[in-house]
Design a protein around this ligand. Sequence first.
Ligand SMILES: C[S@@+](CC[C@H](N)C(=O)[O-])C[C@H]1O[C@@H](n2cnc3c(N)ncnc32)[C@H](O)[C@@H]1O
Length: 285
Amino acid sequence: MAWSLQALPELSEAQFEQWSKLLEERTGIQLASRQRPFLQTQIAMRMREVGYEDYGRYFDEVVSGEQSVMEWSRLVDQLVVKETSFFRHRPSIEYVRDLLQERINNQDLSRSFDVWSVGCATGEEPYSLAMVINDCFELAALDPYYGITATDISLLALGQARQGDYTVRKLEQLKPQERQRYFRETEGGHYRIDAALRDRLCFSQGNILQITDMPVAKMDVIFCQNLLVYFRRWRRRELLNAFVERLKPGGVLVIGLGEVVDWEHQYAQRVRDKNIQAYIRSRAD
Ligand SMILES: C[S@@+](CC[C@H](N)C(=O)[O-])C[C@H]1O[C@@H](n2cnc3c(N)ncnc32)[C@H](O)[C@@H]1O
């Protein structure tokens, strides 16, 4: 029987340990033992593509083979959860609108308004941020001076993000006026994000575990949702501390509601709004 038609080889407990340890060491993502079938399916699919039949041999290829860097990158594309949507958590995105609007009203804008979307997946999150920021500048008839850095570990996701091309289903979360303003229909029922908006975004690959190597300037907003949940609690706290370091005074860190419960920072104060989880960096420290 051809390999492609055979049943998936069983991933033993020991093999699951070996693979999940590698995944956590390299990405921070922690898998529970009930996720063994998921890991097995994803690894086996990739093994099929590259012609491996044995988890051990493929492990050696991924860790020390000639193409190990490339192969790891391809496998990661398959192992990470890239689920996302436009305005996935609208109150958090609207909070960024309110923050910028307040700064515009108080004439409290610095040279530029800099935003970092961490774990941006296929781009819906940073594009949603770009829409509200652009709205604010347009409303105030100001030259829109902002930049959004959007990083992710998955090259596949980033490729899609850069294209900014989405199916009509992907646009369901958007209000009609958002669709009209920021998308144009292309062939095959797809919608492409407005080029001017896309030019505001800089997508680049970045593993958040290597945050100290990331050349990101100080930010007005760091937006990180649905990524920390995959990490151990100590790692979440360490990353939050590192994010605070990268905020401008008065900058804000926005995470997913309930993603971290036991974290405090001497320079970060939680925003009093029970619908979001955001922290403001103190202006003087
Ligand atoms: C579930 S998606 C969340 C997307 C978006 N932030 C949202 O909330 O809709 C998680 C993203 O985090 C990325 N990711 C996972 N581990 C990462 C790491 N160590 N460094 C950077 N990105 C990572 C994945 O590739 C994936 O695109």
